[in-house]
Ligand binder design. Structure first.
Ligand SMILES: [Zn+2]
Length: 143
């Protein structure tokens, strides 16, 4: 699993001095996005995130699971992991949260295995399998 130290080594410390060369504004292709009403038109994300995220969203559409993405709850956000000292992988724009209201930290995830597979097949790890379950959370499995 990708750790915050892996991200520091590759992208740098997430702070105000961080260079953002690894980040980009990405317009989600309209053909995909128009079928996903709850996703934003554009996201600010890591360049390494674009292809896996595109693949995951294509999987959602191709597998006819559009209705299962109920809320888009954020991608890039410089912050510590909740209750911990290490940086969240959201700090480097390589993690995304969806359906947060039904998949709170430490709760039993309410997400279908089919929806989870859209992301894990595209190269994401899912927080719903962790000891401290984080069912809303998907992060790149490799960087
Ligand atoms: Zn998250």
């Amino acid at each position: 699993m990708v750790t915050s130290q892996d991200c520091i080594d590759k992208y740098g410390e997430p702070n105000v001095q961080m260079e953002y060369k690894h980040m980009q504004v990405w317009d989600i292709p309209a053909a995909i996005n128009r079928q996903l009403p709850d996703t934003p038109d554009r996201v600010y994300c890591n360049k390494d995130m674009v292809n896996p995220l595109l693949c995951a969203l294509q999987n959602v559409v191709q597998r006819d699971l559009q209705d299962e993405i109920k809320t888009w709850d954020g991608l890039f956000n410089i912050r510590k992991k909740r209750g911990l000292r290490s940086w969240s992988l959201h700090s480097w724009g390589i993690a995304v949260d969806i359906n947060a209201a039904w998949n709170g930290l430490g709760r039993e995830p309410q997400m279908s295995k089919e929806l989870v597979a859209c992301f894990t097949d595209a190269g994401f790890d899912w927080g719903g399998t962790w000891r401290r379950k984080d069912g809303m959370h998907f992060q790149l499995a490799t960087i």
